[in-house]
Design a protein around this ligand. Structure first.
Ligand code: ADP
Length: 311
């Protein structure tokens, strides 16, 4: 189990992680999702004792990393696959790690086999592709046969085959009852990998819920309308109690229908250039949730839309 309790990290005037609390449970793959710079790596580094929290606690199985006895037996991690000595062979790299952590040598061959690297065990790491380096990093994480695993953006830069392999591997680890915590900035990837999502933005918790609940809440539809009279239309829609937002020179309106928008425009003699129903993609829902983009609410609709339209 992984726990963040009011976890905070400040770097000078930057608050990278801001009063973050969540629990990651065994038996599931939990996705740690947020745009670049949201604070995912910083959170993971604090959980792994590589960064000291400015406030709060980061716990693995109820203890801070520094208090764990034989930490590799409790938690394995992959933060940066290329952070290895390039001149060593895969077997030598894992052998050194095993030796310094009191892990029997035979475990090296077991984990090489587990990640499918046995045939290149004697090759130098500098010749490894990114996918092979990721597998090596996962092998290292598995050395101590830990209950808790943490992977930071493991599929970044991988080809589809490599992505599929990592996805299935993580699911298999969770099925064995392990706690699997994996970060990504890609919603669609997490939707097919994770059972549960912890979503953060600017260091703060935005969502902590089953993936299906996130998908259900994000699968709404909206109406997209383009018109040369965008600001007038925004004002009229706002007058109807709706909340139009400006997206790429068009208005996006939820909780309405194309019919209602079309009728409203016609009643005021406004020309429309486009009127369509859009189904929200998961990626779009995630972007919207985590972005700082200005929304045009009832307080300041027309002027702001006009400003946007003039850009
Ligand atoms: P993510 O992993 O979600 O992309 P990070 O945890 O890497 O986000 O970064 C969160 C924020 O903290 C960013 O604004 C980043 O610039 C800042 N940050 C991360 N590490 C440091 C550091 N060592 N010194 C100063 N600022 C940092």
């Amino acid at each position: 189990m992984i726990e963040a309790r009011h976890l905070t990290k400040r770097y000078g005037s930057t608050t990278a992680v801001d009063d973050l609390s969540f629990t990651v449970r065994p038996g599931t793959v939990t996705g740690f999702l947020g745009p670049n710079g949201a604070g995912k790596s910083t959170t993971m580094r604090m959980l792994l004792g590589l960064d000291r929290p400015s406030g709060g606690e980061a716990l693995i199985n109820g203890q801070p990393y520094s208090a764990l006895k034989g930490p590799l037996h409790h938690v394995g991690s992959l933060l940066d696959a290329k952070d290895v000595h390039p001149g060593r062979t895969a077997r030598a790299h894992l052998g050194a790690l095993a030796l310094s952590n009191g892990i029997p040598r035979r475990r090296v061959d077991e984990v090489l086999d587990l990640v499918g690297l046995s045939s290149v065990a004697g090759k130098r790491i500098k010749g490894f592709s990114l996918g092979m380096s990721q597998r090596l990093g996962i092998a290292a994480a598995m050395l101590g046969d830990p209950e808790v695993l943490m992977f930071d953006e493991p599929v970044n830069g991988l080809d589809p085959e490599g992505i599929l392999w990592i996805r299935n591997f993580m699911k298999a680890l969770a099925a064995e009852g392990r706690t699997v915590f994996v970060s990504s900035h890609l919603m669609n990837e997490m939707a097919v990998t994770a059972d549960h999502l912890v979503v953060i933005g600017r260091g703060r918790l935005l969502r902590d819920e089953p993936t299906q609940a996130f998908i259900d809440a994000s699968s709404g539809t909206s109406v997209r309308v383009r018109s040369p009279h965008l600001s007038q239309l925004a004002e009229l829609l706002t007058g109807q109690g709706l909340r139009p937002t400006s997206v790429d020179g068009a208005l996006k309106v939820v909780d309405t229908t194309p019919e209602a928008v079309g009728e409203l425009a016609a009643a005021h003699g406004l020309t429309l250039h486009e009127l369509v129903t859009e189904h929200a993609s998961l990626e779009a829902a995630f972007m919207e949730m985590t972005s700082d983009s200005v929304q045009y609410h009832a307080e300041a609709p027309a002027a702001a839309v006009l400003e946007e339209a003039a850009k």
